[in-house]
Ligand binder design. Structure first.
Ligand SMILES: [Zn+2]
Length: 309
């Protein structure tokens, strides 16, 4: 029977009815006008009802992918920075409201599960998924199972330390990979470069407007040979590449799936990662490894959540 998948972001709740093969039968979206748990549950319920009505089928269960920390199968969103929540039992609240069994997982795990079952991971059993968007996330699937860790935070590649005592990360700790290679920090570092007045190329690309900067702006400035941009860009690419290559050496996946806005939109950064994996993983771990791009785009989390539901 089809299931319901929910992708809970910071501004929208998306819902989709998905069949057993991972095909979306119908989808709907609701803006989160208010961020109290009760209001968010209501927005999710409305999106879900619309998707189910559009699909015209019954659903067997519901999976929810949400940004934040979710210990085990507790159904509790322990920390959700996007929504400003702590210890919200979202799984239980939705179970009551929807009258369906609900499984709550981290948004990245949901996206990885979607790619594993219906996207770039099809046919493999051991997969490592690396998503680089505003943050740097990753997910381990070993022997066909999601590896979640004792506290539900396995795969947090972005918070491995690349420079002990280095730049402060959004998580509050120092020297995390994400502080150098995550999209949010790439923008911040590029804005600092623009503000320093040392980059005429950046000044030209943005007309001096810091808000116009994206990770792709940095990549264009680096390609144009701007020394400051080259430094930030190359450092981000090399750190990310080495970190991912080391994960491949440790985990020996059959497939490495690369995705997320930064890796999909910045071919230069992706090239650093692919080259690092080709030159820095151990020979034995590289044997038979396939590097693939994520295939499901924005729908990976919706599909994965539904398949977990
Ligand atoms: Zn961190």
């Amino acid at each position: 029977m089809p299931t319901l998948g929910i992708d809970l972001g910071g501004t929208n709740a998306r819902a989709a009815v998905v069949d057993e093969r991972g095909q979306i039968l119908a989808a709907a979206k609701m803006a989160l006008t208010e961020r109290s748990p009760a209001a968010v549950v209501e927005s999710i319920a409305q999106a879900a009802a619309e998707a189910v009505a559009l699909a015209g089928v019954k659903v067997a269960g519901c999976g929810v992918g949400a940004a934040g920390q979710i210990p085990g199968d507790s159904g509790v969103l322990a920390v959700a920075p996007n929504l400003g929540w702590r210890n919200v039992p979202l799984g239980g609240l939705l179970r009551e409201r929807l009258g369906l069994p609900v499984r709550l997982v981290n948004d990245l795990a949901a996206a990885a599960w979607g790619e594993f079952n219906a996207g770039a991971g099809r046919g493999a059993q051991d997969v490592y998924v690396s998503f680089v968007g505003s943050g740097v996330g990753s997910c381990i699937i070993a022997n066909g199972q999601l590896v979640r860790g004792a506290g539900g935070v396995a795969g947090e590649l972005g918070h491995t330390k690349v420079i002990p005592g280095g730049r402060r990360c959004g998580c509050g700790e120092l020297g995390c990979l994400e502080a150098y290679s995550g999209g949010h920090n790439l923008i911040a570092l590029t804005q600092e470069l623009l503000a320093s007045g040392r980059s005429s190329v950046l000044n030209e690309l943005t007309a001096g407007v810091a808000e116009r900067i994206t990770p792709l702006t940095l990549e264009r400035a680096a390609e144009a040979g701007d020394p400051g941009a080259v430094e930030i860009h190359a450092r981000a690419g090399k750190m990310l590449g080495t970190a991912i290559a080391n994960m491949v050496t440790v985990l020996n996946p059959a497939r490495l799936i690369l995705g997320g806005g930064v890796l999909m939109n910045c071919p230069g950064l992706r090239r650093y990662v692919v080259e690092a994996v080709q030159s820095q993983t151990s020979n034995t771990a590289r044997e038979g490894l396939l590097i693939a791009e994520a295939e499901l785009g924005d729908d990976s989390g919706l599909i994965g959540a539904a398949l977990l539901g």
